[in-house]
Design a protein around this ligand. Sequence first.
Ligand code: ZN
Length: 68
Amino acid sequence: MAEQCISERLLKVLACPACDTRPKVKLIDDSLHCPCCGRIYPIENGVPVMLVERATLGNNTECGERTQ
Ligand SMILES: [Zn+2]
């Protein structure tokens, strides 16, 4: 587990832009994971990149949305 490089306060305001429900993302390793759609947003130089086009798709989704 890498050292946490973004603040918890910032984490609380970050939400997945791909989901209508704007779920809070979780910091896992060095990236931000949406618990709903499973997208993984990178953190570059300590700055979260909350862009759908930059996200990668994980394989754990809780809300059933699946995109290839
Ligand atoms: Zn999402």
